[in-house]
Design a protein around this ligand. Structure first.
Ligand SMILES: [Fe+2]
Ligand SMILES: [Fe+2]
Length: 232
């Protein structure tokens, strides 16, 4: 193995935290409460069809697959050993599930009675559980099978260039939404390395914005340790 780059695990940690949070909220949710259900629906799939919402859970999952297919999978084909078409097919399956969940959520909000919403909420929760299982398995496959292949086939600089293209493609509000999940999901070593790299490569206002986000989202002991290791 030649390289050490891992473009997948840090962002996957954030997506896993997002999925666990969704799962926690859904299984404790009172679908009889229409106001709270509207809030839950907005967080889950607001504007999913036009993909405008920076914070929506299903948007984050869908964007992630698009970014991998645009910036990583094309060059990775050459070392993919047939893995890339399988991962793309999994993306299509995940996307079908996400659209179905978005449609079911719209339909649930149109129901007039609390008992109908409770029944539909149970079914929605079960569908999201199935999505969660499939998404977790997919991300693990990328980390276990694809990361080593990419380390063998490409230099860290080559993979860094793909990562740079992904970062540049992000609207700032979506980047901050994703980082609000990623930062608290990283361990202290990863956080220190991430903030150190940011400090070396990003303009000071960006470093400050991300540091402010970290201070707000990460527990204070871990954040302070990471800051001091990064020399912030
Ligand atoms: Fe993927
Ligand atoms: Fe992924």
């Amino acid at each position: 193995m030649t390289g050490t780059a891992d473009l997948f695990t840090p962002v996957h940690k954030g997506l896993r935290a997002m999925l666990y949070d969704l799962s926690d909220r859904l299984q404790a949710h009172d679908f009889a409460d229409l106001g709270a259900t509207k809030t839950l629906a907005r967080d889950l799939e607001n504007d999913f069809q036009v993909a405008q919402s920076a914070g929506c859970v299903l948007c984050g999952l869908a964007f992630h697959a698009v970014e991998e297919e645009a910036h990583i999978f094309p060059p990775a084909q050459k070392v993919g050993n047939g893995l890339i078409p399988i991962l793309i097919e999994e993306h299509h399956d995940l996307s079908r599930r996400e659209v179905e969940i978005a449609n079911d959520t719209h339909a649930l909000l149109e129901l007039s009675g609390a008992s109908e919403r409770i029944s539909a909420g149970t079914a929605l929760n079960q569908k999201v559980n199935d999505l969660l299982v499939a998404y977790l398995a997919h991300m693990n496959r990328e980390e276990v099978e694809l990361v080593p292949l990419l380390r063998d086939g490409f230099t860290d600089a080559e993979q860094g260039a793909w990562q740079g293209a992904i970062v540049r493609s992000f609207p700032p509000d979506r980047m901050m939404a994703l980082l609000s999940w990623m930062l608290p999901a990283m361990n202290v070593t990863e956080l220190a390395e991430f903030m150190g790299a940011l400090q070396r490569g990003a303009p000071p206002p960006v470093v400050k914005a991300v540091a402010d986000l970290g201070a707000a989202k990460v527990d204070s002991a871990r954040w302070n340790e990471a800051r001091s290791r990064a020399g912030l």
